[in-house]
Design a protein around this ligand. Structure first.
Ligand SMILES: [Mg+2]
Length: 183
């Protein structure tokens, strides 16, 4: 970014800003049959699809924001940083999640400047919105963004290996931004 430009931070929703998997697992464990399954992503394809179809609305309405996320986003806005949410939500047959997400963000007082839905691949959109730094939990999403020369941070939910700088929580995101950008 050039001196005087506004800093643009891009963020993913599910498992970066919002505790989607935690909420989904909680929902799954309500069913005795799935008590021993560690993570809903481990359901077989058929069961996964049935589970999501049935519960995704309630999962996305009820999932908590990650700890300190709101505090850090408000701090960014106080410093005139642009916040762009880029999410896969709304893809395929999940259009109905768009209004649910709009309401969720409003109810939770999440500050943002733009939201772009249906983005399973995000590099091109990051470029279009002049994103300086993008935070996501998926390595393949970051790979595509990184191709455009954009800085990325990996939200590390499961201690998996990454070729990128990883953060474990929103306070670490704040620290990284303070260390790497002047505003
Ligand atoms: Mg995600």
């Amino acid at each position: 970014m050039k001196a005087g430009d506004i800093l643009v931070i891009g963020i993913d929703l599910d498992d970066t800003l919002v505790e989607t998997t935690k909420e989904a697992n909680k929902k799954m464990w309500e069913n005795e049959k799935y008590k021993n399954i560690k993570d809903f992503h481990m359901l077989n394809k058929k069961e996964y699809n049935i589970f999501l179809k049935k519960h995704i609305k309630s999962i996305q309405e009820n999932a908590n924001l990650k700890e300190n996320a709101l505090k850090v986003l408000n701090w960014l806005k106080e410093n005139n940083v642009n916040i762009v949410i880029i999410t896969a939500r709304g893809s395929k047959n999940f259009d109905f999640l768009i209004p649910i997400t709009d309401i969720y963000l409003k109810n939770n007082k999440v500050p943002y400047d733009d939201i772009i839905y249906r983005q399973t691949v995000k590099g091109k959109t990051c470029k279009k919105y002049n994103v300086d730094l993008f935070i996501d939990d998926k390595e393949e999403v970051l790979d595509d963004i990184n191709k455009y020369g954009i800085k990325v941070l990996k939200m590390n939910n499961n201690q998996e290996n990454s070729k990128y700088i990883t953060v474990n929580n929103w306070l670490e995101i704040k620290q990284y931004i303070q260390d790497n950008f002047n505003f």
